[in-house]
Structure formats: C-alpha cells, structure tokens
Design a protein around this ligand. Structure first.
Ligand code: HSE
Length: 312
C-alpha cells in the first residue's frame, strides 16, 4: 500500500506572481492499494464534487504520467483520497492533486524520476510552477523557468511565523482569475514588482521580517483580481491594521493569507471576524503553519510487519 500526503500551498506571496510559493499545514492524503478494478473514494472538503472515475485529476495525472514513462496503462487500484484543502480557493488544491498523481505513478514505474524532474512535469500540467514547487519541496520556494527547466530555490520557514487564512465560501477558478490579468504591463509596474521580489529574497535569506509588508506589495495581479474577490482590499488592510507582517491574496484567490508573529494572531482574527459580519456569506478562518517539508510518500508493507519505506 502507498500513502501520499501533499500540502496546500499559497502562491505569489503578493509580488511574486508565478514565482513564489509557501507550503502550508493543510493536506491532501491518499492511500493506494493495487486491485483489479479502479475504485476512487474521495472524502473531506469538496469530496462530493470530485469525480470517482478515471476523470479524477489525481488518477488522470497518474495514468498520463505512467503511460508516458512505460507505454502502458497504470495498474488499477483502490484509491482513498481525503483532503482538507478547499477546492478553487487559492490554496493549491489542483497542484496538490497533480503532485499526488505524479508521486503515485512515480512509485509504480521501474525507474522513478527525481523530484526535480517531477517538478518539470508538474509545471507543464499545472501551467505555472509556484504551487507545485512548494507542494513538492515544502518551505518557501522561489521558482523560475527557462525553455527546458524549472528551477527552484528553497528556504525553510522560521518556527515563529504564523499563517492565517481567510477563506470565502465561493470558488474562484484559476482560469478565470488568470484570464482577468492584462497581457502587458507598464515598465513602472514591472519594476515595482521586481524590486519587491528582491526584498522577499532579502527577507528570506536574512530572516528580516521587518520588510515583508513592502515585499508583499504588488501591481501585477491583485488589483485586477479585486473584482472576483469581494472584500479583498479590506481584509488585507485589516490584517495590517492588526499587525500582520504580510497580507496577500493567496494564489489566484479568493483566500487571503496573513503572515504574522505569535503576538498578533488574535488581533488579526478579531479584525477578520468583525469584517466578516458585514458580508452576506460566512468567512472561514484557519490558523495553519508554514511547512518546511513538501509531499511525503510512504510504502507500507503488509507482511506481518510494520515496515515503512519512504521515497526521500
Ligand atoms: N500563480 C498562480 C496565479 C497561482 O496567481 O494565477 C494560481 O493558484
């Protein structure tokens, strides 16, 4: 039996559109046992919306990758999937599914690929590298691409950094949230973001959290996405008023991510709760941790023993 656990991720971190990501302690978990017929059992957030057939994104990804690597169909099995990553909320649910599918198939092929190689494939499927890189490797990732490669640089999150998520109840499909972005931006805006991504790199390498508010500022995507995310600016503003180190749209939204030290967590949660009273919909708030490790794979052997092997 295989057990795979893939974390949620928050992409962009404000200025780093398609370039920065962070792994979070919310998980998609799956177990796979080989058997003659395919049975997929989704549980958890949005389980009722997920296909139980070959069209399930995890299975589709696994099968596609297995075929590419072996020329054969992936062996059928019993797949139990339980996820606490809400769907289409900007927390990397589809990236987690793609990574889970690739890791599953990778365990079943004769010559498994490295995670660096899997990152390339995952990025090609997902269309952007930030979520999949954070999901595969964990921590803060800085990721860039050239024509042939996807390259990531990783920083471990400090133990005292808290992550708060304000999650609206409505989904925002990434495709819509990307379609709304302009194809061209001004030189001023490009420079604005380049300067701020540089500040992120300084903050991560020096553990200097004093610059995060400036580092997370953005002109390339968040303002365009406010029309899809009711209350985005208010939630970000309220986070800063309450002492957040950084507050951004998480990925393509609609979730808002606030990074904070321990002392300001309660104040941020109180401000969000008070703002939420003015909405016609319920705001779900989660307090999670930044994760230093990415997806985990365990092979469980059942021959009267509890032997566990990991792919790492
Ligand atoms: N970087 C991507 C975007 C993340 O902002 O569109 C999508 O979750």
């Amino acid at each position: 039996m295989l057990e795979i656990r893939v974390p949620a991720t928050s992409a962009n971190l404000g200025s780093g559109l398609d370039s920065l990501g962070l792994a979070l302690s919310l998980y998609l978990k799956l177990t796979y046992t080989s058997q003659p017929a395919l049975v997929i059992e989704p549980r958890g957030d949005g389980a009722e919306e997920l296909p139980r057939t070959k069209d399930n994104l995890i299975w589709k990804t696994a099968d596609r990758f297995y075929r590419e690597m072996t020329g054969k169909t992936i062996p059928a099995g019993y797949l139990s999937v339980s996820s606490h990553i809400p769907l289409s909320r900007g927390l990397g649910s589809s990236a987690a599914a793609v990574v889970a599918g690739l890791l599953l198939a990778n365990q079943l092929i004769p010559r498994p690929l490295t995670r660096e190689q899997l990152l390339h494939t995952a990025t090609a499927i997902e269309g952007h590298p930030d979520n999949v890189a954070a999901a595969l490797f964990g921590g803060f990732v800085l990721v860039y691409q050239d024509y042939k490669h996807v390259i990531r640089v990783q920083h471990y999150p400090p133990p005292d950094l808290e992550c708060l998520l304000a999650i609206p109840p409505y989904p925002v499909p990434t495709k819509d949230s990307r379609a709304i972005l302009p194809l061209q931006v001004s030189r001023d805006d490009a420079i604005f973001n380049a300067q701020r991504v540089a500040l992120w790199i300084h903050a991560l390498s020096q553990h200097d959290w004093s610059v995060l508010r400036d580092a997370a500022d953005d002109r390339l995507h968040q303002s365009y996405r406010t029309s899809l995310v009711e209350g985005l600016n208010d939630l970000i503003y309220a986070s800063y008023e309450a002492g957040a180190l950084a507050a951004t749209l998480s990925g393509s939204g609609p979730t808002v991510l606030a990074l904070s030290d321990k002392d300001h967590v309660e104040a941020i949660l109180r401000r969000w709760a008070s703002l939420a009273q003015s909405y016609d919909w319920p705001l779900t708030v989660r307090h999670v941790r930044p994760l230093g490790i990415g997806a985990e794979v365990k092979q469980i052997y059942s021959v009267n023993q509890e032997a566990v092997a990991s792919d790492d």
